[in-house]
Design a protein around this ligand. Structure first.
Ligand code: NAP
Length: 241
């Protein structure tokens, strides 16, 4: 059976990606870090549409935890594989560079960039052997144009964009596509502290985006319909550049 793994599937954009990939018919593996209750809520919502869901807790920034969780999952699912991988989990820890502490830099790079490597290398072997796979990396407008106060986050997301383009060229011949989705401001816990009233004036569509809107784009890229798209970064930002 082909599964979809969504990192950070417990809340926000990730929860909606779990629901939309389930609607494509994929049983979903919901990864989370600390919010078990939220992961269980996502599981319920996936099951409500009649699709199987499993919860797999691990900290994506910790290579040991990623290896343990993913190798154990593969050992317990000898006849299954992860055909759709959505590298969605991420954090921000904003500070002007002059004030930025080592731990703020390291945590954001580990969680948003290094995790891409830790998780993807564990999933890709089966995709190559089975000659089908979809990898979708959630990046950000911040990684495309840079945002002040986010040198760590912009660097991490720009790094994932580079990795997306390189990996797409490595694995295309085996039917594996690799794309990135770059949201602008989306209403989730991550943007709860931002002043939407002021910021929306900068956005041509005059509002923050919804997690569901990002999830619909991800589901399209995960579907058969997107079989000739690879190495792309697709923006979903209400026209904000
Ligand atoms: P969110 O509401 O804050 O949710 C973050 C998710 O990531 C949660 O499920 C969280 O799990 C998980 N997570 C965080 N650190 C983790 C770790 N070390 N290991 C495993 N899971 C971890 O964020 P969001 O707004 O949905 O963001 C999703 C993605 O979109 C991120 O990559 C973010 O950078 C990107 N993005 C968001 C926006 C925006 O405006 N919201 C814009 C551009 C890009 P727990 O529930 O266990 O904490």
């Amino acid at each position: 059976m082909k599964y979809a793994l969504v990192t950070g599937g417990s809340r926000g954009i990730g929860r909606h990606i779990c629901i939309e990939t389930a609607r494509l018919g994929y049983p979903v593996i919901i990864n989370y870090n600390s919010n078990k209750e939220a992961a269980e809520q996502t599981k319920k919502e996936v099951e409500n549409i009649g699709v199987k869901a499993e919860i797999l807790q691990f900290d994506i920034s910790d290579v040991g935890q990623v290896d343990n969780a993913m190798i154990s999952w593969q050992e317990e699912h000898k006849d299954d594989y992860i055909a759709v991988l959505v590298n969605n989990a991420g954090i921000r820890e904003d500070a002007m560079l002059i004030w930025m502490q080592n731990n703020q830099w390291d945590k954001v790079i580990d969680t948003n960039l290094n995790s891409f490597f830790y998780v993807t290398r564990r999933a890709i072997k089966d995709m190559l052997t089975k000659r089908f796979g979809r990898i979708i990396n959630i990046v950000s407008l911040s990684g495309q144009k840079g945002l002040p106060g986010q040198t760590n986050y912009s660097a991490a997301k720009a790094g994932v964009i580079g990795a997306t383009k390189a990996l797409a060229q490595e694995v295309g011949k085996r039917g594996v596509t690799v794309n990135a989705v770059a949201p602008g401001f989306i209403a989730t816990d991550m943007t709860d502290d931002l002043d939407e009233k002021t910021l929306k004036k900068l956005i041509p569509l005059n509002r923050f985006g919804k997690a569901e809107e990002v999830a619909n784009l991800v589901a399209f890229l995960a579907s058969e319909k997107a079989s000739y798209i690879t190495g792309e970064v697709i923006s979903i930002n209400g026209g904000l550049y």
